[in-house]
Design a protein around this ligand. Structure first.
Ligand SMILES: [Zn+2]
Length: 260
């Protein structure tokens, strides 16, 4: 047997559908994923809790229905996903999203020469370590963001990746206000590409909520953190350490708002 599966929680949610959370143990991690088939619109996600990998359902699942996860980053357009799946896992995905080429037009919206330049710039970023390296990354992105105004919508996936990376750079450089301005721009594209319950959207909302909180924007922070909470309780579960951190900030925010 490749993996040890332990049922943490299982409850019928009415009718014949099931919601559940399972934990996998680290020694089996590289193989565990292959026990589940891939879908670009999966009904389960995997999230880490320390060294444990949790498998959580993110859609209503009917009894007997196959459990699926995404092996790859679902943000990529269909042709890129297909190429990666063939290269790394030697199969062609025939899920509904691939058939319909779901959201491909939005993902590559805007002028092609502009997004290709952004794609190259984003792919060239290699885990900056020093303040100087972050400053270089940020300077390049600031220039591209300014020259692309009106040519690339924030829903273009490479523009979105650049905004995310610019936000990271600003957080590392402690430029909180600028970090928040980039973070805010990512929220609509995130809700477009990660609808329903997706861990990446939960984490992004939490990041933006924390930035709003750090800038004393308490009502906005509370609203953003509530949205993060509603997704994270499904994608991570209320016992997850990230959820505990989220609830602490949310409670601090509510306490400040009560005395104001
Ligand atoms: Zn697919």
């Amino acid at each position: 047997m490749l993996a040890t599966w332990k049922l943490l929680k299982g409850n019928g949610s009415g009718g014949s559908s099931v919601k559940f959370s399972l934990s996998l143990f680290p020694s089996t991690t590289p193989h565990s994923m292959s026990l589940l088939n891939h879908s670009c619109d999966p009904n389960c996600v995997m999230v880490f809790e320390g060294y444990q990998l949790l498998l959580r359902s993110v859609q209503e699942i009917q009894i007997g229905e196959e459990l699926t996860i995404s092996y790859i980053e679902s943000l990529m357009p269909t042709s890129e996903r297909q190429k990666q799946l063939m290269r790394q896992y030697c199969f062609e995905c025939d899920c509904l999203n691939c058939h319909n080429q779901e959201k491909d037009a939005e993902k590559l919206a805007g002028e092609e020469h502009a997004w290709k330049e952004v794609k190259d710039a984003v792919n060239e970023v290699r885990y900056p370590k020093s303040k100087e390296e972050w400053e270089q990354v940020l300077a390049r992105f600031q220039k591209l963001l300014s020259s692309n105004t009106g040519h690339l919508p924030d829903t273009n996936i490479y523009q979105l990746k650049m905004l995310d990376c610019a936000m990271d750079a600003c957080i590392n450089l402690e430029s909180w206000e600028e970090a928040l301005s980039y973070g805010n721009r990512t929220l609509e594209p995130y809700s477009l590409y990660y609808p329903g319950f997706h861990p990446l959207r939960a984490v992004q909302l939490m990041r933006v909520g924390k930035l709003q909180y750090s800038q004393a924007m308490f009502p906005q922070a509370l609203e953003t953190l509530k949205q993060a909470y509603n997704i994270m309780k499904v994608t991570h579960g209320t016992d997850h350490s990230l959820m505990q951190t989220l609830m602490e900030i949310k409670e601090q925010c509510e306490a400040i708002m009560r005395i104001q």
